[in-house]
Design a binder for this molecule. Structure first.
Ligand SMILES: [Fe+2]
Length: 263
């Protein structure tokens, strides 16, 4: 069960563990036993979650005053160019499949969450992040940094132009690969409200094998993380279109990372 040296588990072992945990979850649901969290924070197939997950119940604390009123972002602080990850470098455009990702940020009643900072970060087309800890032998792209941000409009809409990220390996177990994904953050009106999640792409063959995606026990909640290909949004000769709404609360809420998650 170690994550080091020669004792890494195989994918088959991890897949079997995922299946066993999810079977217990389905049994609990069938038996009417209540689940209070959407994510299985202590999810042994996701090895490092065993070390990082909270071991105590959370305590509600009052945020300090400054945290209730800051930060406030306006259009004047976030330039339109920051929503386009393909034209940020004077050397040229990044490699990869150009695409537009757009959608709405909504509350649990379907109302738009207006004028909120939406941030995105992602690997390049080869599955590589510009990060000290990402040293796997895929090329960095000198024309791609992989971060963008935008403010939602009056209808809660956001829109990014970027390239499709590649899948990448990580060392959870032998031959572990993350499905292609984009990280999203919704800042809200205060530091205490920040929500972080991941968007995936339809029909990724790695879904069933990924302990992070599979740590969300409910299939419907997992499905809500997958963008929809939208041919109406696709632009001839230029970019594919994907649509993905983010729901910040309520029964249809998007899954958000808890303390201890990362990816
Ligand atoms: Fe990632």
């Amino acid at each position: 069960m170690s994550t080091t040296g020669e004792s890494l588990s195989t994918q088959d072992e991890v897949t079997a563990e995922i299946g066993a945990v999810q079977q217990r979850y389905r049994d609990d649901v069938a038996a009417g036993r209540q689940h209070t969290v959407d994510t299985l924070l202590d999810f042994p197939p996701y090895r490092s979650s065993e070390l990082r997950h909270p071991t105590k119940d959370p305590h509600l604390v009052d945020p300090e005053t400054i945290e209730l009123v800051s930060p406030a972002f306006g259009h004047w602080e976030v330039a339109p160019i920051e929503a386009d990850l393909t034209n940020r470098h004077v050397g040229g455009e990044p490699q990869g499949q150009r695409m537009v990702v757009t959608g709405r940020v909504l509350d649990g009643n379907g109302r738009p969450v207006r004028h909120q900072l939406v941030e995105l970060w992602q690997a390049n087309a080869g599955g590589r992040y510009i990060h000290q800890r990402d040293r796997h032998p895929a090329p960095l792209d000198p024309n791609f940094t992989g971060a963008g941000r935008v403010i939602t409009d009056d209808e809660g809409r956001y829109r990014f132009t970027t390239i499709k990220p590649g899948a990448y390996p990580w060392r959870n177990h032998l031959n572990a690969w993350r499905p292609a994904h984009i990280h999203f953050s919704i800042f809200g009106n205060a530091f205490t409200q920040r929500l972080v999640t991941q968007m995936y792409f339809p029909d990724d063959p790695l879904f069933a094998l990924d302990p992070i995606y599979q740590s969300i026990p409910d299939q419907k909640a997992r499905d809500r993380l997958i963008a929809t290909y939208d041919h109406e949004l696709t632009t001839p000769e230029w970019a594919l279109g994907f649509r993905w709404d983010i729901v910040v609360d309520g029964p249809q809420a998007t899954w958000f990372e808890q303390d201890g998650d990362q990816a």
